[in-house]
Design a protein around this ligand. Structure first.
Ligand SMILES: Nc1ncnc2c1ncn2[C@@H]1O[C@H](COP(=O)(O)OP(=O)(O)OP(=O)(O)O)[C@@H](O)[C@H]1O
Ligand SMILES: [Mg+2]
Length: 281
């Protein structure tokens, strides 16, 4: 029998759903599969704190797309959301079972479908520039290797250059990677958005570091080159800016993980690869 808790009774009443199974505990939330009264399944995501905090911008983004290449958000409260259930595999599953090129093509197709829908900038979104403050103000512990420190400083310079010449700023999903896209009844759909205003190119930056569970592949320089080539063509962005954004996102993720102070990080070597590929353009 599962040791995982059922969704709280008040949430089941609030959403008029019955519990089917526990799906996952994340750092900040729990996800259940539930059934609605109309028989449709749904994902019920309940945040551990009283508010979903900055994840609200992500739901604002998904709602604005109204189901266009993203999961429908049926309803939400300040700390929970009921979302269309996506029953199939994720693009991460595809990569992990050896179909990385198919996953890469499906990922950029989802990005294009999302971006074919014009969205006005709104105050509800976070700003990519604000996120980058953490990178600009990072500190280094003694144990941080000098070469890694140099690479982070290079990313600070790159990030400043990128934001000083803004290209096509619009609302972005902000966390579009393999495990945030699953196959549903309406085709592949994204979910788990951040909702951030930033350069369109940034939309594909985080996917270079993904999926989890494919370490050797993610660190294969030929895969990095392949993704940069494929995605820049299919998403109609400059390959150099794309790989530069991938490097900047990689650095930003390390800074977030280190809570502002970098010591040792498992992605130092990946950042080195992204920067090396950026030198090829
Ligand atoms: N609509 C959905 N349909 C099917 N599975 C889902 C759905 N929403 C979430 N899941 C499952 O739950 C997992 C975790 O959900 P989600 O991606 O929203 O959070 P996370 O990225 O793990 O963490 P965080 O809460 O920090 O954003 C997903 O990877 C997926 O396996
Ligand atoms: Mg996720």
């Amino acid at each position: 029998m599962s040791t995982h808790p059922s969704p709280p009774e008040d949430m089941l009443i609030e959403y008029d759903v019955s519990p089917l199974s526990f799906v996952e505990e994340t750092a900040i939330a729990r996800v259940w599969k539930v059934a609605r009264v109309d028989g449709q399944n749904a994902a019920l995501k309940i945040y551990k704190k009283a508010s979903m905090g900055n994840e609200a911008a992500g739901f604002f983004f998904l709602e604005a797309l109204n189901g266009s290449a993203v999961a429908n958000v049926y309803r939400r409260t300040s700390n929970s959301a009921l979302i269309e259930w996506l029953d199939g595999h994720s693009l991460g599953d595809l990569t992990r079972r050896g179909e990385d090129e198919k996953a890469a093509k499906e990922l950029v197709a989802v990005a294009n479908r999302i971006h074919s829908f014009p969205l006005p900038p709104k105050d509800e979104y976070a700003k990519l520039e604000d996120w980058l403050e953490a990178l600009f103000t990072v500190g280094f512990a003694q144990a941080c290797p000098p070469s890694s420190r140099q690479n982070i400083l290079r990313c600070q310079v790159l990030a400043r250059q990128l934001i000083e010449q803004p290209h096509d700023i619009r609302p972005l999903h902000g966390d579009l990677h393999h495990d945030n896209i699953r196959l549903g009844d309406r085709g592949y759909c994204a979910f788990d958005a951040k909702g951030v205003l930033g350069e369109r190119t940034y939309e594909l930056a985080n996917a270079f570091r993904n999926p989890k569970g494919a370490f050797d592949l993610v660190h294969d320089v030929n895969r990095v080159r392949y993704l940069c080539d494929l995605w820049s063509k299919h998403f109609d962005v400059e390959p150099l800016r794309l790989i530069q954004w991938a490097a900047v996102k990689c650095a930003l993720s390390m800074v977030w993980r280190g809570r502002g102070v970098l010591e040792l990080d498992p992605e130092f070597s990946l950042l080195e690869i992204f920067l090396a590929v950026s030198e090829e353009y």
